[in-house]
Design a protein around this ligand. Structure first.
Ligand SMILES: [Zn+2]
Length: 119
């Protein structure tokens, strides 16, 4: 066996490992050491959250370009989808009310013409 190489001794090593951690490419031992450092280092924790936010934003952009990628569909994509559906619903309601108003107007004109014809 090799000597146990101390991992994640400093913040730089931790910050180089953000991607590996978030992509679950670490062994449990590495992950445990990583989390232990993050728990005790507010600076690295802050950096990790920022990095995670950055990854989420990149995934969101991927999802809007490539709809087939279900993995990329995070909350951002879902909320955009809801907004789109809401807009479509509003547009449909507006169209329906325009059609309804036109039908009412046509009916009123018809009744008035009819009444005028009778009188
Ligand atoms: Zn640190």
């Amino acid at each position: 066996m090799l000597f146990k190489k101390p991992k994640f001794e400093n913040c730089k090593e931790i910050q180089y490992s953000f991607k590996a951690y978030l992509e679950k490419k670490m062994s449990l031992t590495e992950e445990t050491a990583f989390v232990k450092h993050i728990r005790n280092c507010p600076q690295c924790k802050g950096e990790l959250i920022e990095y995670f936010g950055f990854l989420a934003a990149v995934k969101y952009l991927d999802a809007s370009i490539n709809d087939d990628d279900d993995v990329s569909k995070g909350n951002f994509a879902e909320s955009i989808e809801k907004k789109l559906c809401h807009t479509e619903l509003l547009a449909r309601k507006d169209l329906n009310s325009k059609i309804f108003r036109r039908a009412v107007l046509t009916f009123v004109v018809f009744i008035i013409s009819l009444a005028a014809g009778i009188i």
